[in-house]
Design a protein around this ligand. Structure first.
Ligand SMILES: Nc1ncnc2c1ncn2[C@@H]1O[C@H](COP(=O)(O)OP(=O)(O)OP(=O)(O)O)[C@@H](O)[C@H]1O
Length: 448
């Protein structure tokens, strides 16, 4: 575990791998951890990256009367350090249930918004090893089958791609909160304690209060092992997707029949879950047991037809074809900039774009091929025309699109958050689905 006093230039180890050439947004609530992050990063930049642009951002959730004054105090601290500071207020309706999750969601939107406005590719947060231990302990304690799997127990990744374009980086993920507070005390720097952190009606403060040092150490061990296993499985699944998957036509994917007989069953199951989720446009990976049974059925050879997680799976001698099923496609709707269509496409609109409607059902008509599709008749061998048509029917079309409305494929399970553990498969899936490539990692020298 890292301590701060071990060497004079201690913060260098935390930030040396970071590519700060385009600057960084620092998410600072005014609590001890993010205040420590600001001091340490500022020290580092003054010594090693004097030209790096830092923009500190405080989100005022407007949930407590004091929150605005607190944000102003953070602004004063930043001014004293010569760091640009912005306050963003969470406006609009606050939900009655799931308030913390909604606040977190809004917070990341607002932080990433500032990063985008400033042309900065990353947001740094002050998450610590204590936060990690608490997250993993909550997941261990939950009956929740999704979170309590090895994937969930990996906890927070050191870096995560948000909404496909902004990296969230957590440089303090191996630091203990007490070490950071000791550093702040030594400097005579204060911080603000958020009363929500002491409110035991919330799960995290309860877990925090109950976790002693042995509990923290044990949870961190679980997280580390689970993180390694998760990255490893992801890399193996990625290589199976690369080897076996192709996209013979718009919306239509094909796996080589040999995929079903792959020896690395865990990787094949994971690869199939990722593909189903991407093709069906669902953010959660489909149930592991159901996908295992599907893979077994496919391994028996012969033809097989099934629907799982909104995907039609049609196995034939020439391949295992996968496409979005026709059921449950969105009704025609008005395009809004930034919206996800069917969980599979992100809409981007120019400011000047006229009102446009998106509907499912691209068709092939003779003499008028739709952009990005095969002309009619189809030149591809071994690709059933009926499946090409069915896949096209589930693809979106925009009326009066011109150049002003674009629909970019997204990789559904990672459309909002892509944890660093999963970047290998996400990269391959992006290539396969013709989505935008992942932006370069902000930590070019670091291991995931
Ligand atoms: N209101 C906010 N404005 C800006 N960033 C925030 C805000 N709340 C949280 N963050 C960022 O998210 C990280 C983790 O959030 P968490 O809720 O655990 O922090 P906190 O307890 O409010 O504050 P700290 O982590 O600074 O002690 C923070 O370290 C900070 O980087």
């Amino acid at each position: 575990m890292l301590t701060l006093e071990a060497e004079p230039d201690h913060e260098a180890r935390l930030f040396f791998d970071l590519d700060l050439s385009r600057g960084a947004v620092v998410a600072i609530s005014g609590g001890s951890d993010s205040t420590a992050l600001l001091f340490l990063l500022n020290d580092f930049c003054r010594r090693h990256r004097p030209h790096a642009r830092l923009v500190a951002v405080t989100v005022d959730h407007a949930l407590r009367p004091a929150s605005h004054d607190e944000a102003l105090k953070v602004g004063a601290l930043c001014a004293s350090l010569g760091i640009e500071h912005r306050i963003r207020v969470w406006e609009g309706q606050k939900p009655k249930t799931g308030l913390l999750a909604a606040a977190r969601d809004a917070r990341y939107d607002l932080l990433a918004g500032v990063a985008r406005d400033k042309g900065i590719p990353m947001v740094l947060t002050g998450h610590t090893a204590n936060d990690q231990a608490e997250t993993v302990t909550m997941r261990l304690e939950r009956r929740d089958v999704v979170d309590a799997t090895e994937r969930g127990l990996a906890g927070m990744a050191p870096f995560t791609l948000f909404d496909g374009d902004i990296w969230i980086v957590r440089p303090l993920l191996r630091m203990r909160r007490e070490a950071l507070r000791a550093m702040l005390r030594t400097r005579g720097a204060g911080w603000m304690d958020d009363p929500t952190n002491e409110d035991h009606s919330y799960e995290r403060p309860r877990v925090r209060a109950a976790l002693g040092e042995p509990g923290i150490a044990a949870a961190l061990k679980v997280a580390e092992a689970a993180g390694r296993n998760r990255s490893d499985l992801d890399a193996r699944a990625a290589s199976l997707i690369r080897r076996h998957a192709s996209r013979p036509a718009r919306g239509l994917f094909r796996l080589h029949p040999a995929f079903a007989d792959e020896e690395d069953r865990a990787a094949a199951i994971h690869a199939l879950r990722l593909l189903l989720s991407t093709i069906g446009g669902l953010p959660m990976l489909p149930d592991e047991a159901a996908v295992t049974s599907l893979l077994e059925a496919l391994g028996k050879g012969g033809s097989h037809r099934a629907t799982l997680a909104r995907v039609l799976v049609d196995a034939r001698r020439t391949g295992i074809f996968l496409l979005r099923e026709a059921r449950g496609l969105p009704a025609p709707l008005r395009a809004v900039d930034g919206m996800l269509w069917d969980g599979r496409f992100r809409v981007s609109m120019r400011k000047t774009a006229a009102a446009s409607v998106i509907r499912a059902g691209a068709v092939l008509s003779r003499g008028k091929p739709v952009a990005g599709t095969l002309p009619d008749p189809f030149p591809l061998p071994d690709v059933p025309v009926s499946l090409v048509r069915a896949a096209l029917a589930a693809e979106p079309e925009v009326d009066c699109a011109g150049e002003n409305v674009a629909l970019m494929p997204v990789i559904a399970p990672f459309a909002r958050f892509l944890p660093g553990f999963d970047v290998q498969s996400a990269g391959i899936l992006a290539e396969l689905a013709m989505a935008s490539p992942l932006p370069p990692l902000p930590l070019p020298n670091a291991a995931v």
